[in-house]
Design a protein around this ligand. Structure first.
Ligand SMILES: [Fe+2]
Ligand SMILES: [Fe+2]
Length: 151
């Protein structure tokens, strides 16, 4: 089995999120009656993921250097912008207005691939081993469906 890293765990999280957003999108496209449930499921896991990123990873990494702090502030700003998009979709559920979804999915994908290619591999390289092991443990303990759902 491949080594568990911060990057490998976050790649798994991201794939669950994109899987859940795709399920929501498919439910809309095929007129399924569980559209709202699919949305709420995706929303819960996205918020869980951001909360893990912000409290376990970003919070510590901000203390490391200026360049990383800048990257993290940018990523957190994007979390906020995407939170607004999610709220827009939530407020539109009753009227079946899902027009904010394509933009949300596009931004989510770019955001995740940016994290997977820059911030997380960098942390996997430079973090002291004990610090990294501790972070991985905390992520695994709090992930729930983000590490168990498969798409
Ligand atoms: Fe993020
Ligand atoms: Fe992420």
């Amino acid at each position: 089995m491949a080594e568990t890293t911060i990057t490998s765990l976050m790649v798994q999280h991201h794939s669950v999120i994109s899987g859940l957003l795709n399920k929501f999108k498919d439910a809309i496209a095929t007129g399924q009656s569980n559209v709202d449930d699919e949305f709420l499921h995706a929303e819960r896991q996205i918020k869980e993921h951001w909360s893990i990123e912000e409290s376990v990873i970003f919070d510590f990494s901000k203390t490391m250097d200026e360049k990383r702090t800048e990257i993290i502030l940018h990523l957190m700003k994007e979390h906020q912008i995407m939170t607004d998009m999610i709220n827009t979709i939530k407020n539109g559920l009753m009227e079946k207005d899902y027009s904010a979804l394509p933009k949300l999915m596009e931004m989510m994908e770019k955001h995740a691939s940016n994290e997977e290619s820059v911030l997380y591999p960098g942390l996997d390289d430079v973090l002291p081993l004990d610090k990294k092991a501790n972070m991985i443990k905390r992520i695994e303990e709090s992930s729930g469906e983000l590490l168990t759902l498969k798409f």
